[in-house]
Design a protein around this ligand. Structure first.
Ligand code: NI
Length: 185
């Protein structure tokens, strides 16, 4: 198991739509285990694969921090089939957008189609915190951030902070490239 660095707002992979996973094998199970470890080390309750730089349609969720008895779970190729209930506001944050927390409107319930790490298909309805986290993570897999769902005014007020995070992301990308070429040399 390993903790991976988390990509930040501004990194191009976070704007890409995830690629459907065709083969569910031990390598994918390893990545999911690493993602759970990375999420827990960062004290997050959800993480999408592009947040650690991988293009696949995989996310992990662990609401154990906010709901007693909840276990971490991986979702392969998750899609929202149906949303229902009232849209309610709740304060969200994101491991890729440090130090910004804002109320986001989301539906109370979602019907999610996904595969588990054994490849079995599921269609399951979620509500409450799990429904919210899944909407947030599935947004990531579509290249969408929670800040995209805020009002234009709110986004404008955050634009300086977001720009600073994007500059950090660019500096980290440069550092990664330097290290990569070092390995080749
Ligand atoms: Ni996030």
């Amino acid at each position: 198991m390993a903790v991976w660095p988390i990509r930040k707002y501004g990194d191009p992979i976070l704007r890409k739509k995830a690629i459907k996973i065709e083969v569910i094998d031990s390598a994918l199970q390893q990545v999911a285990a690493d993602m759970i470890e990375t999420m827990q080390a960062a004290k997050g309750i959800g993480l999408a694969a592009n947040q650690i730089g991988l293009p696949h349609a995989l996310c992990v969720v662990d609401i154990g921090l906010v709901t007693e008895g909840a276990a971490p779970q991986a979702f392969v190729n998750p899609v929202i089939v149906q949303e229902s209930g009232k849209a309610t506001p709740y304060e969200e944050g994101c491991l890729s957008i440090p130090e910004i927390n804002e109320d986001v409107m989301r539906k109370e319930r979602v019907l999610v189609r996904y595969q588990d790490l054994a490849g079995a298909p599921h269609e399951q309805e979620y509500e409450g915190m799990l429904a919210r986290v899944l909407q947030h993570e599935i947004d990531h897999l579509n290249g969408v951030f929670f800040v995209d769902r805020l009002s234009p005014l709110k986004r404008k007020l955050l634009s300086k902070k977001l720009k600073a995070i994007a500059e950090e992301a660019a500096a980290e990308a440069q550092e990664r490239n330097k290290n990569a070429s070092g390995v080749r040399a």
